[in-house]
Design a protein around this ligand. Structure first.
Ligand code: BGC
Ligand code: CA
Length: 314
């Protein structure tokens, strides 16, 4: 039975002066996204969606390795048996990093001529959730309601959870695994569903937080060890910390670039927040004013930790 989140604690007041924001991955991404921390070798794995590559950055050596994809790649997650799973174009695929090979697991959206995968994440039981969106005419401008949310189960079967999505984006689960949090960007809100961890089923859709005008477009999202949500805001140049139980915004962390796209905790004890960004669609003037657009930032000194990511078990 789902009771109140057992990890719920009143957060301590945060000393903003201790927060440090630095660009740590200087190689730029058109649309950097889907960051995921790999504890094994202290690396950050992420995608450049339209740059069509999956990359791995070592925080120890600052080396970056990349694999090119054939189509835009919306997200990457670790696979328990090694390698990764990606949502690329309209397929789920496995990546063998050593062999530099990508193999199809399933093709989706067959009846839709013009969609692609966007954000995705693994649930606490090892299922891979990823959503689609219509191809953009320009950033954040799509043919409406073309997207869907899918689950790739560990036995490789795929279930469509719902459709009529504009831009399927951030997702995560509550610490007690009873709630699924979700963002369809053009709805400008964070939503929640009751989650059945046994089946992967969702029900009882509701609103958790509505973004204010100046906050931008909600994009990627992750949960912290206190059960609060961190939401990267595209065109907002910020990450918000939201309390999903009260619907209150607890904190705003501003970044020096506008197109903040997603975030995850990583580093020692998961105490740093890594934030991906994009530069695609910016004109020369904005690029000159935001020289770090497309970089990946590390935010330290937040005084809060994340939780380790889950791996796909199939
Ligand atoms: C998409 C971008 C889009 C942005 C804003 C991202 O997740 O991949 O293509 O422009 O969200 O909604
Ligand atoms: Ca995204």
């Amino acid at each position: 039975m789902c009771l109140v989140d057992p990890h719920f604690r009143i957060s301590l007041e945060i000393d903003m002066s201790s927060i440090k924001v630095e660009c740590v991955i200087k190689e730029k991404n058109e649309i950097g996204e889907s960051p995921v921390w790999e504890e094994r070798d202290s690396s950050l794995v992420y995608v450049d969606i339209t740059g069509q590559r999956v990359s791995r950055w070592s925080s120890l050596t600052s080396q970056i390795e990349s694999i090119a994809t054939e189509k835009p790649v919306g997200s990457v997650v670790p696979r328990q048996s090694g390698g990764y799973v990606i949502g690329e174009g309209t397929r789920f695929a496995f990546v063998d990093w050593g062999k530099r090979s990508i193999t199809t697991v399933a093709h989706l959206d067959k009846e839709k001529p013009n969609t692609r995968f966007n954000d995705g994440k693994v649930d606490p039981a090892g299922r891979f959730f990823a959503g689609t969106m219509g191809m953009e005419l320009q950033p954040a401008v799509v043919e409406r309601k073309q997207g869907s949310l899918y689950t790739l189960h560990p036995d490789h079967t795929v279930v469509k959870l719902f459709d009529e999505v504009d831009i399927s984006n951030g997702l995560d689960w509550s610490l007690d695994h009873c709630i699924f949090y979700y963002i369809d960007s053009l709805a400008y809100m964070v939503e929640a569903f009751d989650y059945n961890i046994q089946t992967g089923g969702i029900s009882n859709r509701r609103v958790v937080y509505k973004l204010e005008k100046d906050e931008g477009i909600p994009d990627g999202m992750c949960i912290d060890a206190e059960g609060k949500l961190w939401v990267a805001c595209y065109n907002g140049g910020r990450v918000l910390r939201i309390d999903p139980q009260t619907g209150m915004r607890l904190q705003t962390v501003k970044l020096p670039v506008k197109k903040t796209t997603s975030c995850c905790f990583g580093g020692k004890d998961y105490s740093d927040l890594y934030v991906t960004t994009a530069y695609k669609g910016m004109d020369e003037d904005s690029l000159a004013k935001q020289p770090d657009a497309g970089c990946i930032f590390k935010v330290s000194g937040l005084g809060v930790k994340g939780i380790p990511p889950y791996s796909y078990t199939g």
